[in-house]
Ligand binder design. Structure first.
Ligand code: GLN
Length: 541
């Protein structure tokens, strides 16, 4: 029988519910149990695929091609799991499936009602995860903040499950404890109010995680305990930390694992977070630093949004750095400034350059200039998705002499569309069928022997995750190849270019997929590790 822990947020959003959820999972894995996690987002969008990354943050993609919230990425990274469409739901998705069932007469003539039919659908989806994974613990994170109209129905699902099987369900509240600068003291009142709000939804929290920029002291804990009707041993301090990967260890120092197992009346099978602790040691004691430049658009909108839009790329860079015992310093370089070929010399200050994924025309000419510069100046380079497409355009223009080479995404009527759209995609777009229709999820890639890619992966058959509509046009493969571009990874089923690379360059490789989605802290991705090694070499470390 699985045990369930719901995780909700109090006071405000963005306090780290996702990381808290992932960390609770890590703690339970450390105690020898299998864990999985579900993210519930209260918006109407059926998935995250149609949302602007500046507003929503990165769109994460699972092996089965679900375009979902970035927290699924946090769960995968912390728990070292491959999750699927079952691990993610939104209000839109839940309503859509209830309405479809009603249309199919699956309710057999009954009046279908918001309560209990919507919470019942949520519960059925949670139970399906249990059946499919057989996990011992299922963590369910409810997006948003308690008291919001939007997530009431998900709190209802938690309440009903707690009512039906109280011995198997806990509710954790992740709440914010502000320290107003004029007062200089940690305030608990907003959290007390959040707990009252949760109470009015029929739920008493079993665990409270107090998020703050300082650790919670005893008097604060006592206050929360008295006013929120919860014993102190179930109140956990969750202060800001340098690296999010420290959080499971911080929770275990407060005996979180013991408390959860006691409440569920189960025994620990193990007590071991050793590999995680070793990772934290590596994070804290890097031997050297390397400078990584990321060239992209969206970079005028401020550091805060950026971090969110490129979270998997940032994490993948860090994982590779820690693996090599270096601290990577990431600098965001806005491509628009390179458009006229100016300012490119600054790229010499970096040990490696990444051109990440992206959509639309803005900023692409500057990125092409940056790719030309790193190619000519032997600066280690990794191109991701759009980064591959722009590398091919750059090579076609500057080496193959196809001066007007471009992508259909930037110029519908271009003459030399070295990057083009597949026929089936054309049809979809004609019908405005945008949701969930890109080339998505895990695809096979065959790697040519005696290439850099083969060296890095050490295998001829790999699988990587995709999210794009455009591809290298095969009609241009010969001329590109004749001029020295190496197609080192190919999807054989559809004959699609997956990896390109150059010889006689310290490190120049680009891929049509998103390797960052598969990087994990304990198993960094080979393409990023390769980049890091080349960066270390350039730095002369
Ligand atoms: N815009 C490009 C495409 O749709 C690249 C997408 C990406 O980088 N994820 O093919």
């Amino acid at each position: 029988m699985a045990k369930y822990i719901f995780i909700g947020g109090g006071v405000m959003s963005s306090v780290g519910k996702g990381i808290t959820t992932a960390s609770i999972g890590k703690v339970l894995q450390g105690r020898g149990y299998t864990v999985t996690a579900v993210k519930i987002d209260p918006y109407i969008n059926v998935d995250a695929g149609t949302m602007n990354p500046i507003e929503h943050g990165e769109v994460f993609v699972t092996n089965d091609g679900t375009e979902c919230d970035q927290d699924i990425g946090n769960y995968e990274r912390f728990l070292n799991l491959d999750l699927s469409t079952d691990n993610y739901m939104t209000t839109g998705l839940v309503y859509l499936s209830v309405i479809q069932k009603e249309r199919n007469l699956e309710f057999e003539g009954k009046c279908v009602e918001v309560v209990p039919d919507i919470p019942n659908e949520v519960i059925a989806r949670i139970k399906k995860v249990e059946q499919k994974t057989g996990a011992d613990f299922i963590l369910i994170e409810i997006g948003g903040t308690v008291g919001e109209y939007q997530n009431m129905l998900f709190l209802e699902a938690a309440r009903i499950m707690k009512l039906q099987e109280p011995e198997n369900v806990l509710f954790a509240l992740v709440s914010y404890l502000p320290i107003p600068s004029v007062v200089g003291e940690m305030k608990t009142k907003p959290t007390q109010t959040a707990v009252r709000t949760l109470n009015s939804a029929g739920i008493q929290p079993d665990l409270i995680f107090g998020r703050s920029n300082r650790p919670m002291d005893e008097p604060r804990k006592r206050k929360i305990s008295i006013f929120c009707n919860l014993r102190e041993e179930y109140i956990f301090s969750s202060p800001d930390v340098e690296s999010i990967y420290e959080i499971p260890v911080i929770f275990e120092e407060q005996k979180l694992g013991d408390k959860i197992l006691e409440r569920f009346n189960v025994k620990e099978k193990d007590n071991n977070l050793n590999d995680w602790k070793a990772l934290i040691e590596r994070i804290k004691a890097p031997k050297k630093e390397v400078q990584i430049g990321v060239v992209g658009k969206y970079f005028e909108t401020g550091e805060f949004n950026l971090m969110d839009s490129y979270i998997s790329v940032i994490e993948a860079i860090k994982h590779a750095g820690w693996d090599q015992n270096v601290k990577p310093n990431i600098t965001w370089l806005s491509s628009s400034k390179y458009e006229n070929g100016e300012g490119l010399e600054e790229l010499n200050n970096f040990d490696a350059i990444i051109v990440p994924g992206g959509f639309g025309t803005r900023g692409t000419e500057g990125k092409i200039k940056a790719i030309e510069y790193v190619r000519k100046n032997n600066i280690p380079f990794l191109g991701l998705c759009l980064g591959l497409q722009l590398s091919v355009i750059e090579y076609a223009r500057n080496i193959c002499g196809i001066k007007d080479a471009t992508s259909r995404e930037f110029d519908e009527n271009g003459k030399n569309l070295v990057i083009d759209i597949m026929e089936e995609q054309k049809e979809l777009l004609k019908n405005n069928n945008y949701g969930g229709t890109m080339r998505l999820g895990s695809w096979d890639c065959n790697i040519k022997k005696d290439t850099l890619a083969y060296n890095l992966y050490g295998s001829e058959d790999i699988k990587e995750r995709h999210r794009h509509r455009y591809e290298v046009d095969n009609n241009y493969r010969k001329i590109l190849e004749d001029n020295g571009l190496i197609f080192s990874g190919i999807n054989k089923d559809k004959d699609l270019v997956e990896i390109i690379e150059l010889k006689n360059h310290p490190y120049f490789i680009a891929c049509q997929f998103h390797p960052e989605l598969k990087s994990r802290p304990l198993t960094p991705h080979p393409l990023f590790v390769g980049l890091m090694k080349a960066a270390i070499k350039k730095e002369g470390l």
